[in-house]
Design a protein around this ligand. Structure first.
Ligand code: 0X9
Ligand code: ZN
Length: 306
């Protein structure tokens, strides 16, 4: 079976990152944006096409914020490979890479991901230790500063949705937030990849209020879902997080949106619950193609906006 149709251990993924950035040094650059609680490096791959004289906008994609959602890092690897293979081959990929730099963080939560391979497959949080509790880990998608730790998150360190001691208390969340703060004038599109339930979500999830550009975001995800349906005969729900999935504060998408990244999305990839987090490897390809279709559909519309 092909490399991208299997799941890979953290060690394998670090090896892949190293190999990809050396083999395709003309397109891919390696950035280190921080380290995890257990001091593992947080690497970002920067994909760039043709240089341009006008300052380029950028797309950010992160995967693996939740440890057990294995299809998510698999998607980031698939995405990078697709961009490399189809640059100067496919019009859409070439246009995307020539118009924007693309930052890809394949595993936002490496400690948790590793733990799901070695010890507990259904682990969700990171692996940080708190002096005042015997329980381990913070839900990194509740640790961002967007109505932090209000209804939909837990202040109990033993819960799966524990928000942490304060916003950005976790080094993984802080590394992403610092990077985006220092690149907020260029990053125009934010994607966070999760599973499962087949949804294309946009802000807000931390409040029932509507986003400023709600109608525009709604049309983008509606059209992306229609593209997925047309090409892959699969149904994705879409809409603001609070109404489509549930109220959940402290998420990276809402925080990025409030920072000024007007096009911010969370995708929940396959499936709708039959296998759930245990999506079998034979379904990786289709899940990734669907996610890719949505990233391309949305990004190209934003790039082509007059
Ligand atoms: O609850 C989450 O963090 C995400 N669902 S998951 O099953 N993958 O855990 C949904 C995130 C939607 N966005 C925000 N809550 N900000
Ligand atoms: Zn998730």
């Amino acid at each position: 079976v092909a490399y991208y149709e299997r799941y890979h251990s953290l060690e394998d993924i670090y090896f892949w990152i190293n190999k990809t950035t050396t083999d395709y040094a003309n397109i891919v650059r390696l950035l280190l944006i921080g380290s995890s609680f257990e001091k593992r490096p947080l690497y970002v791959l920067k994909l760039s096409g043709k240089a341009s004289n006008t300052p380029k906008k950028a797309i950010w994609i992160d995967c693996g914020i939740h440890a057990r959602e294995w299809i998510s890092p698999a998607f980031c690897l698939w995405f990078v490979d697709h961009c490399i293979k189809y640059y100067n081959e496919s019009r859409d990929v070439t246009e995307m890479m020539d118009s924007m730099d693309i930052y890809v963080l394949p595993v936002l939560n490496p400690d948790g991901y590793r733990y799901t391979w070695t010890t507990k497959r259904m682990w969700r949080k990171n692996r940080s230790i708190h002096s005042n509790s015997g329980c381990v880990g913070v839900d990194l998608n509740r640790n961002f500063d967007a109505n932090w730790c209000t209804s939909g998150a837990s202040s109990n360190p033993c819960d799966d949705t524990y928000c942490g001691q304060y916003p950005e208390s976790e080094p993984e969340a802080q590394a992403v937030a610092n990077f985006l703060r220092s690149h907020k004038n260029t990053v125009q599109l934010y994607f966070s990849i999760h599973s499962y339930s087949q949804m294309l979500l946009f802000p807000y999830s931390c409040t029932h209020e509507q986003a400023r550009n709600h109608d525009e975001l709604y049309e983008l995800v509606r059209d992306a879902a229609a593209d997925i349906k047309r090409y892959y005969q699969n149904n994705y729900k879409y809409g603001p997080g609070s109404k489509t999935i549930y109220l959940a504060p402290g998420g990276s998408d809402d925080w990025a949106y409030n920072l000024g990244i007007d096009y911010s999305f969370t995708f929940e990839l396959q499936d709708r619950g039959h296998y759930g987090f245990l999506l079998p490897p034979r379904l990786i390809a289709k899940a990734c193609k669907e996610g890719l279709m949505a990233v391309k559909s949305i990004s190209l519309k934003v790039i082509r906006k007059p």
